[in-house]
Design a protein around this ligand. Sequence first.
Ligand code: HEM
Ligand code: HEM
Length: 165
Amino acid sequence: MSGSRLGYSSYQIALHWCIAALVLFQLFFGESMTAVVDATEEGHQVSGADQALGSAHYWVGLVVLVLVALRLGLRFASGAPKPADAGPKWMQAAARASHALFYVLLLATPIVGLLAFYMGDPWGDIHSLGKPAFIVLVVVHVLAALYHQFWLRDGTLKKMIVPVR
Ligand code: HEM
Ligand code: HEM
């Protein structure tokens, strides 16, 4: 449905920034969940902070899953703007591919997280690979957004701030 809108709607923008903030929280504090899992397996105690952040990890991850499902539903129902055409063709293809990869990771990471929580390894190891994958993608994504906005000056970042009905 890409290309059927002039810009993102206020719902799409709100979902983008909420999901971004929650995913960053998961990336920063995910190791508390690892500490809780390791302590359960090895029969020792964890700190109160790890306990609280570990249970937040579970619930925040589930909220991400629900919000991403909602976001994909909206995208299929009302479309999304096509990537800016200021750069070369390969850049538009890279934008499409990286957004698709984001959606795959945003769905797969919490689902594999649930498998890790209830079934243990190898799901735990696979789930942990989400961390470097997200970090690489987010760094490229942010650099690309800033390059578009401030070098090519094609309004890409503004698109994710100012809604179009
Ligand atoms: C977008 C959502 C999520 C992200 C970005 C995320 C990210 C992370 C990160 C960064 C770690 C630490 C990995 C490490 O120690 O190197 C982790 C561990 C873990 N997460 Fe998540 N997580 C998400 C959702 C979930 C959900 C929904 C659950 C379960 C309900 C979950 C369960 C776990 C478990 C069990 C571990 C420990 C894995 C192990 O070491 O065996 N995660 N997660
Ligand atoms: C974990 C953090 C983030 C995730 C998971 C994420 C995910 C996404 C996804 C999936 C899209 C495609 C939307 C669609 O067409 O349906 C998108 C677009 C966008 N994101 Fe992010 N994002 C994150 C952080 C950021 C940050 C920090 C910035 C600002 C520097 C940013 C700026 C943008 C912009 C400007 C677009 C619109 C691109 C376009 O339509 O050409 N994102 N993001």
